[in-house]
Design a protein around this ligand. Structure first.
Ligand code: GTP
Length: 320
């Protein structure tokens, strides 16, 4: 996969040659945490330089612990994206999500605690309470572009300083490449000197099968807007490579969208199947680009009432 670099990196450190003093490699885990919708996935994608975590306007679209890898100069950042900490409902699905967050913040070198600049809600406080002492945390005050009175940021930062012993404050916008570049430079010194874990060009340790499911899920949420409950999910039933003299690489994928009610199924399928067709077309086009292959994508819609309340079923759909 070729990564285009949206971060406008500017000059990179020169490659080491045999005459130059060796620069020690750094490598470490960076967790991105925050309540739903603060921009964690947008930030991760900007940091990794390729879209690997799905984003949408709907809260709770990120359910898996996704790693993104980015090597900049001598430093390899291994990012861990986590689900928004969900406090409103206590279904088995949410218990599983919360466990993922706990796992993610306990064992990392650096935490990026993401909030919307100028805001701090009880939802943010809940996530903040999960941060472990001893692990440096940066306050990423995201969506700075939406703050129109910049003068209010300084008193807000002072208030944030009272709430947690943040190592640094980074007011920024995940949508601004220069800010994202600056964030790399800030994070670098928190990662230990040790050899890289992955190749220089690797972006994720997730399989293409996983990315296929995520892509369908993103289109599903994008085209159903706020109507479809976030308990709907996507299961990839088949992912098969086939040799094709005509297309080079060819992949056959069958995915099932699992919804809770018949009415949700009708919503996903849409008038004369229009919506499901659109979901399938857009997902297929994106996957073809991502995988550099001809993709045949089949999507089914199934109703499984109450699946989000059933621990065994949540596990069978791939949540820990
Ligand atoms: N204006 C502005 N919008 C942003 C910025 N960063 C993210 N957004 C938008 O905020 C919304 C939520 O972003 P996501 O990246 O999906 O948020 P998330 O925290 O991963 O959300 P969950 O998956 O629900 O946990 C999207 O509509 C983004 O486009 C930013 O810096 N500025």
């Amino acid at each position: 996969m070729d990564a285009t670099d949206p971060t406008d990196a500017g000059p990179q450190p020169a490659k080491q040659d045999s005459l130059a003093a060796p620069v020690a490699q750094r490598c470490g885990l960076v967790a991105i945490v925050g309540k739903p919708n603060v921009g964690k996935s947008t930030l991760l994608n900007a940091l990794v330089g390729q879209k690997i975590s799905i984003t949408s306007r709907k809260a709770q679209t990120t359910r898996h612990r996704i790693t993104g890898i980015r090597t900049v100069g001598p430093t390899q950042f291994v990012f861990v994206d986590t689900p928004g900490f969900q406090t409103r409902h206590a279904t088995a699905l949410n218990r599983s999500l919360n466990k993922t967050v706990m796992g993610a913040v306990g064992d990392v070198d650096l935490v990026l605690f993401v909030v919307e600049a100028g805001h701090f809600t009880p939802g943010d406080a809940k996530v903040l309470s999960l941060l472990k002492p001893g692990i440096p945390a940066l306050l990423v005050a995201n969506k700075l572009d939406q703050v129109h009175r910049r003068g209010e940021i300084a008193p807000w930062l002072r208030d944030m300083q009272q709430r947690h012993d943040f190592a640094e404050f980074v007011p920024m916008s995940a949508k601004n490449p220069k800010d994202v570049q600056r964030l790399f430079a800030i994070c670098e010194k928190y990662l230990p000197e040790q050899p890289w874990w992955y190749g220089e060009d690797e972006l994720t340790d997730r399989s293409e099968k996983f990315l296929a499911g995520e892509t369908v899920r993103e289109k599903l949420f994008r085209f159903t807007g706020e109507e479809l409950p976030y308990t709907s999910t996507v299961v990839v039933e088949k992912f098969e490579e086939e040799p094709s003299p005509q297309h080079g690489r060819m992949v056959r994928i069958a995915a099932t969208i699992v919804v809770e009610r018949d009415s949700h199924k009708a919503m996903v399928i849409g008038d004369k199947g229009e919506r499901l067709k659109r979901i399938g077309t857009e997902a297929r086009q994106e996957l073809e680009k991502l995988m550099g292959a001809k993709v045949f994508l089949e999507i089914w819609v199934k109703v499984r009432t109450g699946w989000a309340d059933d621990e065994a079923r949540v596990r069978s759909f791939g949540y820990e």
